[in-house]
Design a protein around this ligand. Structure first.
Ligand code: ZN
Length: 248
C-alpha cells in the first residue's frame, strides 16, 4: 500500500491545496491524517470540508482538534493557542465541530505495517523532541512503522538492537526516498502541512510505501503571504500569521 501522509494542517487552506495539487502526480491507495486539522490558521471550515472530501483511510485527532471541539479543556494551551481555539470554534459549522469531536484517539493501527498517532504512541499529546522519548515511542509502538506529527518537523528515525537511535531525517525533507528496512522499527513524522517549524516555510507532506518499504517527505512552496493575510483579516493573533513567513 502507498499512503499520502498529511499532518498538522492547522486551518491553512492555501498550504493544503498546494500539497494536494503537488500530490496529484503521486499514485496512492489512500490518505492518512495525523491530527490537528484546525487551530492557528484562518480557514478551519474549508480545511475540515476538504479533509472530509478526501475520505481518509485513517485519521486521528490532534490536541487542537480536541480543544476546539470541546473534547478537552484549553488549560495546557498558551494564550495564542487559546485565542485561536475560541475563534476557530466560532468559525466552524455544527457539522464540522461534530466531525472533529468524533475523531478517534491515536495510536490507531492502519495495516500490519503502519500505525498512526498525533504526538506519540504512548501519549497522544506528547511531543517527540527528546531522544529518550523517541526511543520510548519505538519501543511502545505496535507496528514496525509509527507515523506521528505534533512537532511540525519532518523526522525519521530507527533504533539499533542496543537501543542506539539512528536519525535518518531531521527537518527539511527534499523528496529523497528513505529506506525503511524490514525487521526494524521506525518513527516517521511527515512534517506539517500548514505551520512548518523547521525554518523552511514550505508546506510538508509525506508518502509511505509498504511494498517498496520507503518513505519520502516532500516540500511545496505555497502563497504564504495569502495565508498570513487571511489570519490578519480574520482577527487571529498576528504572530500566528508572521510565523508562517519564517517557518517557525
Ligand atoms: Zn500541531
Amino acid at each position: 500500500m502507498r499512503y499520502l501522509l498529511l499532518s498538522d494542517i492547522h486551518s491553512n487552506i492555501d498550504a493544503l491545496d498546494a500539497v494536494l495539487d503537488d500530490a496529484r502526480g503521486v499514485e496512492t491507495d489512500g490518505v492518512l491524517v495525523l491530527g490537528d486539522l484546525v487551530g492557528y490558521g484562518a480557514e478551519p471550515e474549508l480545511v475540515v470540508e476538504r479533509v472530509r472530501a478526501l475520505a481518509p483511510l485513517a485519521i486521528v485527532r490532534g490536541n487542537h482538534d480536541k480543544v476546539v471541539a470541546g473534547v478537552a479543556s484549553d488549560d495546557g494551551f498558551n494564550p495564542l493557542a487559546k485565542t485561536s481555539a475560541g475563534l476557530t470554534r466560532r468559525a466552524l459549522s455544527p457539522a464540522s465541530l461534530d466531525y472533529l469531536a468524533a475523531l478517534p484517539q491515536g495510536p490507531l493501527a492502519v495495516d500490519p505495517v503502519i500505525e498512526i498517532c498525533h504526538g506519540s504512541p504512548f501519549d497522544e499529546d506528547w511531543y517527540l523532541h527528546q531522544e529518550m522519548d523517541v526511543l520510548e515511542a519505538l519501543a511502545t509502538s505496535k507496528r514496525p512503522v509509527c507515523l506521528f506529527g505534533h512537532t511540525h518537523v519532518p523526522f525519521v528515525a530507527t533504533a539499533e538492537a542496543e537501543g542506539e537511535l539512528e536519525t535518518l531525517l531531521a527537518g527539511d525533507g527534499d523528496g529523497r526516498e528513505i529506506a525503511i528496512g524490514a525487521g526494524r522499527r521506525y518513527v516517521v513524522n511527515p512534517g506539517s502541512v500548514g505551520q512548518p517549524r523547521d525554518g523552511d516555510p514550505r508546506a510538508a507532506y509525506g508518502v509511505v510505501d509498504t511494498e517498496t518499504l520507503t518513505v519520502t517527505v516532500h516540500r511545496v512552496a505555497y502563497p504564504v503571504e495569502r495565508a498570513r493575510d487571511r489570519i490578519f483579516a480574520a482577527g487571529f493573533p498576528r504572530p500566528l500569521g508572521q510565523r508562517l513567513m519564517v517557518g517557525r
